[in-house]
Design a protein around this ligand. Structure first.
Ligand SMILES: Cc1cc2nc3c(=O)[nH]c(=O)nc-3n(C[C@H](O)[C@H](O)[C@H](O)COP(=O)(O)O)c2cc1C
Ligand code: SF4
Length: 482
C-alpha cells in the first residue's frame, strides 16, 4: 500500500505569526520554548569511536539549529563509561567539554532561539548473530540439561557421560528439529539472532543490580549535561532499551521492579526522582516513552496513559510519545550482524513509511498522544505532550495543537530532509520546503551504522558558488546545501 504525501497548504508569514505552532510555551522548569516545534533525537553516527563529539557532530546539530526549531534533541547518548562505537557518550566528565562545544554551536546557529536537550540512554548487551560453528564450539555454555535432553532425544544414555567437546560436536551436526529438542528457547534465540540480555535475567548479577546503579548513572549524566550547558535532558524510556524494558508488559522481574504496572514503573520513577534531586527544579527534565509497544504481550495506550500520569506526578517537564521499535519482533539479522529493533512490525510503527497499512504514516501516532494527554490533564497536570510520526505539513501540525491532541509537534525525518523547514514555514516560504518522501533510506543507513544522510540531498551536485562540502567515505554529502 502506498500513501501519497499529504497536500500541503503553507501559511503566509502573517498567518504563521498568529498560529499556535509558532506560539511560545513555558515549561514547569521555567524554560520558555519560543515555538512548539521540535526535532526529536536522531542518531547520525558521527561521534568518534570513543564517543566524543566531532566537528561533524557540531555541524550536524548546527545545521538543524539554523532552522530554529523550538527544541532540538541530541541523539541517544550513552550514560555508561563503556565503548559503544561512534555514538555520543556522557558517562564520564571527560565528555563534557566536547558536548559544551556542541551546545555553543547550536546557540550560535540559532542565535539562542533553539532550546537544546540531550537524550540519555542505557542499553543492555546485544551480540551479533554468530556463525553456528563458533556458537557450538565456543559460545554455548554446556550444562547437564543438554546431556539429559541429548540422552532423551537419542535414547542413548552415554550422552550423560559425554564431555563438553563431545556434546558440542553432537550439536554441531544436528538438524533443526534436533537442536529445537536439545536447546532451550534462549539458546535457540542466541543461535538464530545473537545473544541478547533482558532486564528480567535475574540470574545475572549485573542485571539484578540495575535498580541499584541506574538512578545514580542517569543522575550523574544529567548533571554533566547541565554542566555542558544543555537546557534539559530527555530520559530515553522508549523503544528497545533498558528503561523501556522495565516499563514493558513483558517484564517479569519478581523483585518489585516488574510484573504489574506499579512494579514496572518503579525504576523509571526512581530514576526520575534521582535525576531531579541531582539537577534541581529549574533544569528541564522529560522523558520519551512508548504510547504502545505494538508487540505480542506488550502494553497499549491504556497503560501508557497511566504511565503519563505517574511521570507527570513525578515532576517531568514534558512527555514525548513514541511507538514500537522493539527487538521482540525484529527481523532475523544475517550472520555477523546484530538484530535491529526497527525491522519488524513494531519498528515500522516507530518510523512509518508510505508503505505502511491504513491510515498511512502521516500523524499515525497522534491518537496515542491525545489519550495520554487527556489522562494527564484529567489528573490535574499541565505537563506538555510531544507527538511525532509523519508530521510534515502546517495544517496537520496546527490542527493537532488546536484540537489539543498534543502541546508540541515533532518532525524527525522531515527535518532531516530539510532542516530549514520551520524557518521557511514561519517566514511564509513553506512552498520551498524539500519534502520528506518517508521511504526510509536514512533509516537504512542507521541500520548499517553508516553516517545518516538524506537521499534528497546527499548526491546533489556542487553549486558553482559552493565550496566542495565534507563527504562520507562513500562520497555522500554530510549536510544539505544551504
Ligand atoms: C536515522 C534515525 C535515527 C533515530 N534515532 C533516534 C534516537 O536516537 N532516539 C529516539 O528516541 N528516536 C530516534 N529516531 C526516531 C525519531 O526520533 C522519530 O520518533 C521517528 O523517526 C518518527 O518521526 P518522523 O516520522 O518525524 O520521522 C530515529 C529516527 C531516524 C530516522
Ligand atoms: S532519506 Fe527519505 S525518509 Fe529519510 S529524510 Fe530523506 S526523504 Fe525522508
Amino acid at each position: 500500500m502506498r500513501h501519497p504525501l499529504p497536500e500541503a497548504r503553507w501559511p503566509t508569514k502573517a498567518e504563521a505569526e498568529c498560529s499556535r505552532l509558532f506560539s511560545s510555551l513555558r515549561l514547569t522548569s521555567g524554560l520558555e520554548l519560543t515555538q512548539r516545534t521540535w526535532v526529536p533525537a536522531m542518531v547520525p553516527w558521527r561521534a568518534t569511536e570513543e564517543g566524543f563529539v566531532t566537528e561533524e557532530n557540531r555541524s550536524w546539530y548546527g545545521r538543524f539549529a539554523r532552522g530554529r526549531p523550538g527544541v532540538l534533541v541530541v541523539e541517544a547518548t550513552g550514560i555508561r563509561d563503556i565503548p559503544s562505537g561512534p555514538l555520543l557518550r556522557i558517562g564520564h566528565d571527560r565528555f563534557i567539554s566536547g558536548l559544551r562545544s556542541l551546545v555553543e554551536r547550536v546557540r550560535e546557529e540559532s542565535t539562542g532561539e533553539t532550546r537544546l536537550f540531550i537524550q540519555l540512554i542505557d542499553f543492555l548487551v546485544i551480540r551479533r548473530r554468530p556463525d553456528p560453528l563458533k556458537f557450538f564450539r565456543r559460545y554455548l555454555r554446556i550444562t547437564d540439561a543438554h546431556r539429559r535432553r541429548l540422552a532423551d532425544v537419542t535414547g542413548d544414555e552415554s550422552h550423560l557421560e559425554a564431555n563438553d567437546r563431545e556434546v558440542r560436536e553432537t550439536l554441531l551436526v544436528g538438524d533443526r528439529a534436533f537442536l529445537e529438542a536439545v536447546l532451550d528457547s534462549r539458546e535457540l534465540e542466541s543461535l538464530d539472532y545473537g545473544y541478547r540480555e533482558r532486564v528480567w535475567d535475574l540470574h545475572l548479577e549485573h542485571i539484578r543490580r540495575l535498580p541499584d546503579v541506574l538512578p545514580r548513572l542517569f543522575a550523574e549524566a544529567a548533571c554533566r549535561a547541565r554542566d555542558a550547558g544543555f537546557d534539559g535532558v530527555e530520559l530515553h524510556f522508549a523503544h528497545a532499551y533498558t528503561m523501556a524494558s522495565f516499563l514493558s508488559a513483558l517484564n517479569t522481574r519478581d523483585d518489585g521492579y516488574g510484573g504489574d504496572l506499579e512494579g514496572r514503573l518503579r525504576l523509571p520513577l526512581e530514576v526520575t526522582t534521582a535525576v531531579r534531586a541531582a539537577v534541581g527544579g529549574d533544569f528541564t527534565l522529560g522523558c520519551r516513552y512508548l504510547g504502545d509497544e505494538v508487540i505480542a504481550g506488550g502494553y497499549g495506550v491504556e497503560d501508557a496513559a497511566l504511565m503519563g500520569e505517574a511521570f507527570a506526578g513525578a515532576g517531568m517537564d514534558f512527555l514525548s510519545i513514541s511507538k514500537g521499535g522493539k527487538f521482540e519482533d525484529a527481523r532475523q539479522p544475517r550472520i555477523g550482524d546484530a538484530a535491529y529493533p526497527y525491522t519488524g512490525p513494531s519498528g515500522q510503527e516507530c518510523m512509518p513509511t508510505t508503505r505502511i497499512g491504513p491510515p498511512g504514516p502521516f500523524g499515525r501516532n497522534v491518537p496515542l498522544a491525545r489519550t495520554i494527554r487527556a489522562r494527564v490533564r484529567q489528573a490535574g497536570f499541565v505537563t506538555p505532550v510531544v507527538t511525532a510520526g509523519g508530521l510534515c505539513t502546517f495544517d496537520q501540525m496546527e490542527g493537532i495543537l488546536q484540537r489539543g491532541d498534543a502541546d508540541i509537534v515533532a518532525a524527525a525525518r522531515q527535518a532531516l530532509a530539510d532542516p530549514d523547514m520551520w524557518r521557511k514555514m514561519r517566514e511564509g516560504r513553506g512552498a520551498s520546503i524539500r519534502r520528506c518522501e518517508y521511504t526510509n533510506y536514512c533509516e537504512g543507513l542507521d541500520q548499517k551504522h553508516k553516517q545518516v544522510t538524506c537521499r534528497l540531498w546527499d548526491r546533489l551536485p556542487v553549486a558553482s558558488d559552493e565550496v566542495d562540502p565534507p563527504r562520507t567515505p562513500d562520497g555522500r554529502r554530510l549536510l544539505p546545501p544551504d
